[in-house]
Ligand binder design. Structure first.
Ligand code: FAD
Ligand code: NAP
Length: 451
């Protein structure tokens, strides 16, 4: 059985492992990625100061060493390959392309210079080749981050860390240089709902109290309806509230940088100065309303406030990119599917032998570990549906590589990646960091040429 997996992030790697462990038939897995490097958001999303999380790549590297596994990096579905190519060369196709588009705020001024979506800022500091040239200007003193999820918290930490805290991480070296010169002193983390509804998790916000040069500030009035610290329990929300209460009770520590945690505010407009750069964010005060189904939503009160900031980072979630030939669900903004089987978005009819895992299936929620079980369940469906499929004869395994070569694609193999990895680790050691990433594709190919 020959399976193509598109996307070498956690969902793709966990699926590859489950496929290669099948005992009913021998499976050959080709994992394609549009980047020359594997591991998806583990490399390009997880914050550089969270190296322990990145250790999961050792498990993925073991999968990559299995005999029937191939990595074909620097191959983009929709540009270098079509879905038709995949159908010709494989018995089954598994999309694991993640969520690479940003959700938008949909307010006036969102396109102004200095209003930078989280994916751009995160991709920039993590050395994602798409964002290496992003114009990140940190010459202002005040920044607003919109959203109360863990991505917003990551962005706040990176902006507020001291250079010494960042130096020993694998942050991209150009980002480190810009952050060294940063004049940012105050960051506003803006939640549209209340502290009890925040999406961030307690381990992540606890870290905001441990930054060397920053104090987290929260007006105790924001916590008026958020229980008594003495009686709060162990739910995820209560754990968050306990930490927020502790921040509110802290006497001023006189640290140079401030992180303001604000709640019940929604941005309504990004404002520009005469030079066309962000000068402020108009906020509307919200109140909470409980819907009939029990969900708690924010409703604008009409009370407005101008927050003067020089940069706005919306961190309000992601969506799957549209890929030519791959069915897309316009409502949920993921690949159209029923429990992992790809379907036609209009008729909901199953498209045989095509599947989807990870964020491309479920949207941008959940941690890396969650994909292990979720991808394995989809592999169970592939196993159930695929009995006898392997009798369909296919072109030789090398044919896909020849096809790509004929199209002028320089395919990067897992052995190539291991060489790059070694070079990055050696470069990092010079600044006491776990790695110093090679970012540009040309630079990567040059390193590989030298080997
Ligand atoms: C900023 C950020 C920080 C995070 N931090 C943590 C954390 O600390 N801990 C944690 O547990 N979780 C974290 N997460 C969540 C975690 O990263 C995701 O759950 C997980 O990466 C999703 O896996 P995936 O395989 O679906 O997608 P991805 O990891 O995004 O992988 C998708 C892959 O598909 C490739 N691809 C896309 N389109 C194409 C195409 N057309 N052709 C070929 N290849 C393509 C991409 O290059 C990418 O490599 C974070 C997420 C973000 C956004
Ligand atoms: N360290 C880590 O473990 C880590 C780091 C980063 C990411 N992750 C994970 O990756 C996933 C994605 O994280 P995320 O932060 O992108 O998403 P998220 O957890 O869904 O948070 C999105 C935030 O944006 C807010 N929001 C959405 N639309 C908005 C709008 N129009 N105006 C104002 N606010 C708006 C949401 O508020 P509402 O709640 O009101 O909708 C929510 O606070 C999560 O599962 C997260 O835990 C983990």
């Amino acid at each position: 059985m020959r399976v193509a997996i598109i996307g070498a992030g956690p969902a793709g790697f966990y699926a590859a492992e489950a496929l290669l462990k099948r005992v009913d038939t021998v499976v050959h897995v080709d994992v394609f990625d549009r980047l020359a490097t594997p591991y998806g958001l583990v490399r390009a999303g997880v914050a550089p100061d969270h190296q322990n999380i990145k250790a999961v790549t050792r498990i993925f590297a073991k999968t990559a060493e299995r005999p029937n596994f191939r990595f074909l990096g620097n191959v983009r579905l929709g540009r270098d390959l079509t879905v038709e190519d995949l159908r010709r060369h494989y018995h089954q196709i598994l999309y694991a392309v993640g969520n690479e588009a940003d959700r938008r705020l949909g307010i006036p001024g969102e396109g102004i210079a200095g209003c930078t979506p989280a994916s751009v800022f995160v991709g920039w500091y993590n050395g994602h080749p798409d964002y290496q040239d992003a114009q990140i200007d940190l010459s202002m003193t005040r920044v607003a981050i919109v959203g109360n999820g863990n991505v917003a918290v990551d962005a706040a930490r990176i902006l507020l860390h001291t250079p010494a805290e960042l130096e020993q991480t694998d942050i991209a070296s150009y980002a480190l240089a810009t952050l060294r010169e940063s004049r940012v002193r105050e960051v506003f983390l803006l939640g549209r709902r209340g502290p009890a509804q925040a999406a961030f998790t307690h381990v992540e916000i606890k870290e905001l109290g441990e930054l060397e040069a920053t104090e987290p500030l929260i007006d105790p009035r924001e916590l008026a309806d958020c229980g008594n610290p003495e009686t709060l329990g162990q739910t995820p929300s209560d754990k968050n509230l306990l930490i927020l209460h502790a921040f509110a009770a802290q006497p001023p520590a006189g640290r140079g940088k401030k992180l303001h945690l604000r709640f019940l505010v929604s941005p309504t407009e990004v404002l520009a100065d005469a030079a066309g750069r962000v000068s402020g964010l108009m906020l509307e005060k919200n109140r909470l309303e409980t819907r009939q189904d029990g969900t708690i939503v924010a409703r604008g009160t009409g009370e407005m406030e101008l927050l003067k900031v020089g940069m706005v980072l919306p961190a309000v979630g992601f969506a799957a990119e549209r890929i030519a030939g791959v069915p897309y669900d316009e409502r949920t903004k993921v690949i159209a599917n029923e429990n992992g089987r790809v379907v036609d978005p209009a008729s909901r009819a199953v498209i045989a032998n095509e599947y989807v895992v990870g964020w491309a299936r479920s949207g941008p929620q959940g941690l890396i570990g969650k994909h292990k079980g979720a991808s394995a369940l989809v592999v169970d469906l592939m196993t159930a549906d695929g009995a006898g499929l392997e009798t369909r004869s296919l072109p030789e395994p090398e044919a896909i590589v020849s096809l790509l070569r004929d199209r002028g694609v320089r395919v990067v193999s897992f052995d190539d990646w291991k060489q790059l990895d070694e070079v990055e680790v050696a470069r990092g050691a010079r600044r006491g960091a776990p790695r110093d990433k090679v970012v540009a594709l040309d630079a990567m190919l040059e390193v590989l040429g030298q080997h």
